[in-house]
Design a protein. Structure first.
Length: 135
């Protein structure tokens, strides 16, 4: 998966993957529920957490809740791991079956982006132990 560290990089990645940007997102968090991720996505998130201990602390505090992503910062109304968020998060609101009630929907076929995800090997971000570091 391509990774980006800034907004310009995120736009480049979207262009390469042909995933429409979330142009009308209100950051309501309603799509931030049960989040499956593969091993590569978990590794990217762990690396990001090593560089952002405040985000790790938030995830540790909020883990264990199946209805909310542990990386959703409700106070700031944003994703704390946005540059390395899993593919399923990138597809919310823009793929078939992932409609946004605020109109942030494009209806692309997101299946092609998930073909490398073996659901049996995915981990739920909500239940993962984020207290461990890579180092």
């Amino acid at each position: 998966m391509a990774r980006a560290r800034n907004d310009k990089g995120v736009c480049v990645m979207y262009a390469l993957l042909n995933i429409p940007a979330h142009m009308t997102c209100r950051n309501c968090g309603e799509c931030c529920g049960v989040i499956p991720a593969n091993a590569a996505e978990i590794a990217a998130i762990r690396e990001y957490l090593d560089e952002h201990p405040d985000v790790r602390a938030l995830a540790v505090k909020q883990s264990g809740n199946l209805t909310n992503c542990p990386f959703r910062n409700d106070k700031k109304r944003r994703c704390s791991i946005y540059p390395v968020r899993p593919m399923i998060c990138r597809l919310c609101g823009v793929s078939i079956g992932k409609k946004c009630k605020y109109g942030n929907s494009v209806e692309i076929n997101g299946y092609k982006f998930l073909t490398g995800h073996d659901i049996d090997k995915c981990v739920l971000l909500n239940l993962h132990d984020w207290s461990k570091t890579n180092g």
